[in-house]
Design a protein around this ligand. Structure first.
Ligand code: NAD
Length: 294
């Protein structure tokens, strides 16, 4: 193996420690305990697991978890009323509505009702627009996580040839914009892209978020490139054993790349810490304080 493994767990642990000390500083100096409201509607097992680990992470860094678990039959009006109350509550610095929502609820209407200053998932169109126009914004957690991992390898992205494969509103689009704001030269590939392997071979920085197990092959990768694999895919081998793999064929890619994130242990552990980073930024901005040093 030639590639340096970008250790998301270790980088996340360091970042968590910084968030904790900045949170304590905020509390000691200004009496502010950032509060994160996490709203879960229904009993989706994966969502429940995410929500539990988010609340645990919030407590660990000295923030206040505010958990709301509503029944699966909750109507849209009821959820909108809760968001409105959280928007108005000064103890709430950030609001996260766990997706997916049940079918009777219009997801965009709910996400768009969150106060953009408390929109720690960064999904509100105002934050998307602010990111696009280079204004300070709450940026979706996974792109924030990816940038921190990339910065562990590259101190500057100025002029680097970057390819973003995938253009979802949660990962691909905002990550492409984040890289552009760092002055990278950014291309975006998607399902309609012709000759994807050729585009990949030109990229010094290859970011992939497509949700297709081990889709990107080793011989698509430019020697020495940095590879950020966002994908989380569960696959089952011949013996019926299941495991998690990324969107990149790790074994092949690690022989060619200069640096690569593993799956699991790369982007995943960083994403929840990025939520804490966003919550801390939101709390400081709401109090009229300068941004924290994380
Ligand atoms: P999505 O399905 O919303 O979007 C996938 C994007 O990839 C689309 O823009 C589509 O055009 C593109 N795409 C799909 N197949 C392609 C192909 N064969 N060639 C080129 N482009 C293709 O997915 P998403 O929400 O962006 O998530 C992508 C992956 O990242 C999933 O595996 C998801 O589980 C994972 N994910 C991980 C984290 C994390 O914290 N590590 C966070 C969010 C998503």
């Amino acid at each position: 193996m030639t590639a340096k493994i970008i250790d998301g767990k270790a980088i996340a642990a360091n970042l968590r420690a910084s968030v904790k000390s900045e949170t304590h500083r905020l509390t000691a100096a200004h009496g502010i305990v950032p509060g994160l409201a996490v709203v879960l509607v229904g009993d989706n097992a994966a969502s429940k697991t995410y929500v539990t680990s988010k609340s645990r992470a919030v407590v660990e860094v000295g923030m206040r978890p505010l958990d709301y678990h509503l029944p699966a039959a909750t109507g849209e009006a009821e959820l909108l009323a809760l968001v409105k109350a959280l928007n108005a509550d000064p103890a709430v610095s950030g609001i996260l509505v766990q997706l997916p929502l049940p079918p009777q609820i219009h997801t965009a209407r709910v996400l768009n009702s969150i106060d953009p200053e408390k929109d720690v998932d960064g999904f509100h169109p105002l934050n998307a627009g602010r990111l696009m126009t280079g204004l300070p914004a709450l940026v979706p957690c996974t792109p924030v996580a990816c940038l921190k991992l990339i910065k562990s390898v590259h101190s500057s992205l100025v002029g680097i040839d970057a390819l973003m494969v995938g253009r979802s509103h949660i990962v691909g689009n905002p990550l492409a914009q984040v890289l552009l704001n760092e002055n990278a030269t950014v291309s975006v590939a998607h399902t309609h892209t012709r000759n994807l392997p050729d585009y990949c071979r030109r990229a010094e920085l290859l970011c992939v978020a497509i949700g297709c197990a081990e889709f990107i092959r080793g011989d698509w990768i430019k020697p020495g490139a940095t590879v950020i694999d966002v994908g989380i895919n569960r696959v089952t081998d011949g013996s019926g054993k299941s495991r998690i793999v990324g969107d990149v064929n790790f074994a092949e890619a690690a022989e060619v790349a200069g640096a690569i994130t593993p799956v699991p242990g790369g982007v995943g552990p960083m994403t929840i810490v990025s939520l804490l980073v966003n919550t801390l930024h939101a709390a400081c901005a709401q109090a009229g304080l300068p941004p924290p040093a994380v």
